[in-house]
Design a protein around this ligand. Structure first.
Ligand SMILES: Nc1ncnc2c1ncn2[C@@H]1O[C@H](COP(=O)(O)OP(=O)(O)O)[C@@H](O)[C@H]1O
Ligand SMILES: N[C@@H](CC(=O)OP(=O)(O)O)C(=O)O
Length: 569
């Protein structure tokens, strides 16, 4: 049996002060190493609580929490000899659960793997998150009496009520939430204000409804399922509304809850993706757009599961965004590093942070197509055979702001770089790509950190940034730029660059900045927005369709270019 340890108020859990009591469950082997025999309350951080049977036992909360996470011994062992363990995570994105028919297909798909005992993570139905955000924005200025007529609210209501009807389940499953949603929009209309905190609460209705509907449907067709709101089962995050980070305390908390319930009364867990609970505010937070992927890998790590599957509407991670170039092809294997880089540099298919828990616990992530389950998809693992790998995928991130900063030589080189980056730190603005020479820096700003802020505020922040930088440098602000990231085997960078520049020259495109990440899987080129899509298409054609790989001879394949560029990303 697992033992619950109470972590005291204001204890430090992996560097995080917690205001509330929380509990952890330890496996029998970990417990015996701590010398525990039965249920105990432990000292956490500076404040001591009562000991166990072996009174006086003191364990630092931080050490205890990280030991649980590092040793991957969270309650899984507790079920020795009991029900079979939960085995995988299956995450279905909005496109996979966009309608009643899609929900039925997803249910069939899950049941077609009877040997698995999955944890299901769901996103909001279709474009519900976008609709809720838009409804919120319109509510700010539409007046309370007009809220009920907002197109996006009507659409959201209709979609969910129609789905419930078509699936033959009780309306009451969601009617309370729909009423609450309308009340919330009226509140926004009354206040004429939509704060990031309210925005997160508003969009959370999407996942809260989709999971309730799906769990009810599974139960209706005779498959026992249990719905969970992530913010109620231990997804503890920072209070950065709209872009919160998951805190370490989440892992043992959700493992205890999901595993404990499964052992007591097995039922397929259906968990809301994308959502968490701020550790200070206790308010609902969201993990950034597409955050359900991160929910899935977090659960995979917490429960030490065999695999995380993310089901999308494409045949896996593709060689480029199919919206830019429909001829994109599936990539069979990726490393965590490649997938993270790809996501960070703009491939919408995966959440940028989602690879972290999977990499930390070395759990394979499989990207599959719920519309075409037979397709092999993409498997993402720690390592893969790179001997024949050259270019894996091309990623485009548009509408980037670039800064050219040239020193006025008031400071030496060392002081110059330090001063420039301290200005960014002070203003809380992240940088994406950097290229430096002795007296100048070119860099691009990470828009994801600015996305959550109001446009007007962004502009004034940029003005303020330039003002500060102009105290030590001549600054050129260049907007409407795009980063084209070439993800692949950067050990072959000379070959990739030779080919890429050849193509760009033929297309009369001038590259404005070039940068290679320390990760060694990504070379980034900055071009003007107006040329970017055409560049991606031309590069895709050249690298993936014109027999480039067969042109590259044996000698070439095993030769290591290893030409590291001087800058980093
Ligand atoms: N390199 C890429 N590979 C696959 N899909 C991509 C890529 N870049 C962009 N996409 C887009 O990502 C979409 C899938 O991601 P997402 O919208 O998050 O799916 P879901 O909502 O099902 O989780 C695809 O429909 C595709 O348009
Ligand atoms: N519904 C959220 C979270 C999410 O992950 O969605 P999807 O899996 O459909 O990308 C969003 O739209 O951002």
């Amino acid at each position: 049996m697992a033992v619950a340890l109470q972590l005291g108020a204001r204890a430090h859990c992996s560097g995080v002060t917690r205001d509330s009591w929380s509990s952890l469950a330890f496996s029998s082997s970990f417990r015996s190493r701590l010398g525990l025999e039965s249920s105990v309350r432990l000292v956490c951080g500076k404040r001591e609580r009562s000991g166990g049977r072996r009174g006086g036992l003191k364990v630092r909360c931080q050490r205890a929490v990280s030991a649980v996470v590092e040793k991957d011994e969270v309650v899984r062992e507790g079920a020795d000899g009991n029900a079979a363990q939960l085995s995988i995570v299956m995450k279905f994105g909005g496109s996979s659960v966009a309608s009643a028919d899609r929900m039925k297909e997803v249910a069939d798909l899950i049941l077609s793997f009877p040997e698995e005992r999955p944890v299901i993570v769901l996103s909001a139905m279709g474009k519900t998150t976008n609709n809720l955000m838009l409804a919120g924005e319109k509510a700010v200025c539409c007046g309370v009496s007009n809220v009920s007529d907002l197109e996006e609210l009507r659409f959201t209501k209709e979609l969910h009520l129609q789905t419930v009807n078509e699936l033959g389940i009780e309306r009451s499953i969601i009617s309370g939430l729909l009423d609450e949603l309308e009340q919330l929009l009226k509140g926004i209309a009354m206040m004429k204000e939509l704060t990031p905190r309210t925005r997160d609460y508003l969009v959370s209705f999407g996942e809260c409804m989709s999971t309730r509907i799906f769990a009810a449907y599974l139960n209706k067709i005779g498959t026992k399922a249990r719905q969970y709101d992530a913010f109620d089962i231990g997804f503890i995050t920072t209070d950065d509304f709209t872009n919160a980070d998951i805190l370490e305390a989440t892992y043992p908390a959700i493992a205890k809850r999901l595993h404990g319930d499964w052992i007591n009364d097995p039922a397929i867990p259906i968990v809301t993706g994308f959502l968490g609970k701020g550790w200070k505010t206790c308010a609902v937070t969201t993990l950034g757009r597409g955050g359900s992927d991160l929910t899935a890998t977090t659960i995979g790590k917490a429960l030490g599961l065999r695999e995380v599957q993310v089901w999308k509407d494409v045949d896996g991670v593709l060689t480029c965004d199919p919206n830019i170039y429909p001829n994109a092809k599936p990539v069979p294997h990726l490393t965590f590093e490649e997938a993270a880089e790809l996501a960070y540099f703009g491939a919408q298919v995966l959440h940028p942070q989602s690879m972290r828990p999977a990499r930390e616990s070395d759990i394979p992530v499989r990207v599959k197509n719920s519309y075409n389950p037979q397709a092999p998809g993409t498997v993402i693992t720690k390592a893969r055979d790179m001997s024949e790998a050259i270019l894996t995928s091309i990623v485009l991130k548009s509408n980037i702001t670039m800064l050219d900063i040239v020193s006025t030589r008031m400071l030496g080189q060392y002081g110059f770089l330090a001063k420039v980056f301290s200005i960014f730190e002070d203003l809380g603005i992240s940088v994406d790509c950097v290229a430096t020479s002795e007296v100048s820096i070119s860099l691009t700003l990470d828009p994801s950190k600015l996305w959550s802020r109001e446009l007007v505020q962004q502009e004034s922040e940029l003005d303020h940034l330039v003002e500060e930088l102009e105290k030590i440098a001549v600054v050129h602000l260049l907007q409407h730029r795009s980063i084209i990231s070439l993800i692949g085997n950067v050990q072959r960078s000379s070959l990739i660059l030779e080919k890429a520049f050849n193509i760009l020259r033929k297309n009369k495109v001038n590259v404005q900045m070039i940068s290679q990440g320390a990760s060694k899987v990504n070379i980034s080129l900055v071009v003007h927005d107006s040329e970017a899509k055409q560049c991606v298409r031309a590069l895709h054609l050249a690298f993936f369709e014109d027999g480039f790989l067969s042109e590259v001879g044996e000698t070439d394949l095993f030769q290591n270019d290893s030409a590291a560029l001087s800058s980093s990303c």
